[in-house]
Design a protein around this ligand. Structure first.
Ligand code: DGP
Length: 116
């Protein structure tokens, strides 16, 4: 997608602090971290949101690639064995501001019991 911020980051047109990259997945530090570790994990292929991905085989493949990469990303950011929170905001009413599916990987401090 030409005008998508995260597609531009994937293509290297906008700089980012990368923590992990493979053929299908990119993880980079969030511009506005809410915790000592706050990384965004994105499929390199553009999908507007999570619901769109679960509707077709390529989307499901892209989700599988993300989950396969997750343990390595967790290790690279130093959260292995420490716990973390993985959040997806799906749709504008859920707070999704960048319409390219992404998961927030958050940790490095006590996160409390609530997600709201
Ligand atoms: P969400 O609200 O779930 O759509 O989260 C979008 C996140 O993306 C938000 O935490 C800030 C982050 N973000 C927006 N633009 C950029 C950018 O250009 N670079 C980086 N690294 N993060 C960005």
């Amino acid at each position: 997608m030409d005008d998508c911020i995260f597609c531009k980051i994937v293509r290297g047109e906008i700089p980012s602090s990368k923590v992990y990259e493979d053929e299908h997945v990119l993880a980079f530090k969030d511009l506005h971290p809410v915790s000592p570790v706050h990384v965004l994990i994105v499929p390199k292929r553009h999908f507007d949101n999570l619901c769109e991905m679960s509707g077709d085989e390529e989307g499901l493949d892209a989700l599988r690639f993300i989950y396969q990469a997750l343990p390595e990303i967790v290790r690279l950011v130093g959260l292995q064995g420490k716990g973390f929170r993985l959040i997806n905001n799906c749709g504008a009413s859920a707070g999704q501001s960048v319409m390219h599916t992404h998961f927030h990987l958050i940790g490095g401090r006590p996160l409390g019991a609530k997600i709201l």
